[in-house]
Design a protein around this ligand. Structure first.
Ligand code: 6MZ
Length: 354
């Protein structure tokens, strides 16, 4: 496990509200007990369960959202989630979250994203780079980078705004417009996520098309409406569950990188078990893929653990895992300057993992 932690890693599929520390969730829950916002007898069995069905996971998210949707908490969980990823040597993180309105605390989708940015700015324990650079800026970080070992940690963070499958076309469009407004503050793209049994592709399509026309990157949770999603040709897809032969053919010919979330897929039973996970199939076919956590809080995992699980389950060694991690640089939604910086950093420690 040690080298999985020390190795530089790239996280491209992490939901903010799915990545909250257990201790923070517990603290927030305690603060709400007795205030009538939650009926614990109704949700206790879901909180305590280990393997949750997809439906139960989304019930849990509804509960988490009751606990977290105020400005201070959003800022706090953002800070903690980034600190946690940085602490296990994640050097580039694309954090995704669904902008939410909460009239009871005066929250708009915009002020939600501003709270996320406030959380980003409040981090002092690690060096965080989240504002895109102008073309001629020479250095990305000061002091000089040190991504391996015990030097002060540094992490690039970029944001994706999620459209929830419960949303209307107008609400989805609002999120895309907000993402465009927030581009100078590190928002780079749009994600489509949420309960796969809800909603219809045609509802989000106008917003997704608009996002792409405007130069935002798009990634889609892809386990339903698969053909439509692949036809759209997003820059990445998440999961790739429930694919049939024709979908695999289409995916491979399109070369769309896949964000693989092993623990999430096994825990939600969207794949029967790790040994039949499509990771092996895609890896052997040399299809672009990246290991990710999905919801490190909800599924009690972290990126280092996901690397360890992949290494153990598919018989991959240190060198292969390092290459897997390094290859992810090519699939990030950030500019070429950051890619170059990350490539340099990976190269500087490559010998250790050879
Ligand atoms: C689909 C998921 C998800 O946006 O409130 N989300 N959508 N599949 C998954 N795999 C199990 N995990 C998380 O983070 C929580 C939200 O992200 C989406 C859901 O819409 C969930 O409500 P944010 O920060």
């Amino acid at each position: 496990m040690e080298w999985c932690v020390s190795m530089p890693k790239i996280e491209l599929h992490a939901h903010l509200n799915g990545s909250i520390r257990d201790s923070t969730l517990l603290e927030l829950t305690k603060a709400l007990i007795g205030k009538g916002a939650i009926n614990f007898s109704e949700v206790e069995h879901i909180i305590l369960k280990y393997n949750r069905s997809v439906e139960e996971v989304f019930k849990l998210f509804d509960l988490i959202h009751i606990l977290t949707t105020d400005h201070n908490t959003v800022a706090r969980i953002t800070r903690e989630v980034i600190e946690d990823f940085a602490s296990e040597n994640v050097v580039y993180l694309e954090l995704r979250t669904t902008p939410k309105r909460n009239d009871s605390v005066g929250m708009s989708k915009r002020s939600y994203v501003e709270a996320v940015l406030k959380g980003l700015r409040s981090i002092t324990s690690v060096d965080v780079d989240f504002i895109p650079h102008c073309e001629d800026s020479k250095t990305l970080f000061t002091p000089a980078p040190a991504i391996d070992g015990h030097a002060r940690k540094r992490i690039f963070v970029r944001l994706l705004l999620s459209i929830d499958r419960r949303e209307t076309t107008e609400a989805a469009m609002d999120t895309v417009k907000l993402a465009l407004e927030m581009r100078p503050y590190g928002v780079v793209g749009i994600d489509l996520s949420g309960n796969p049994s809800i909603g219809d592709w045609t509802t989000y399509l106008p917003a997704l098309k608009f996002a792409r026309e405007q130069g935002l990157y798009v990634t889609l949770h892809c386990g339903e409406e698969i053909k439509n999603m692949l036809d759209f040709r997003p820059q990445r897809i998440g999961h790739a569950c429930f694919f049939e032969d024709e979908h695999w053919r289409q995916l491979k010919s399109s070369n769309i990188p896949v964000e693989i979330c092993l623990t999430s897929n096994v825990r939600t039973m969207t794949v029967p078990s790790i040994d039949v996970h499509h990771f092996a199939h895609l890896y052997n076919a040399k299809h672009p893929l990246v290991l990710c956590t999905d919801d490190s809080g909800v599924f009690s995992t972290c990126l280092s653990k996901e690397y360890k699980i992949a290494a153990d389950s598919f018989g991959l060694g240190r060198r292969e895992m390092f290459e897997l991690s390094r290859n992810a640089v090519e699939y990030i939604f950030a500019d070429s300057k950051i890619k170059e910086d990350l490539r340099r950093n990976f190269n500087s420690v490559a010998k250790k993992y050879g």
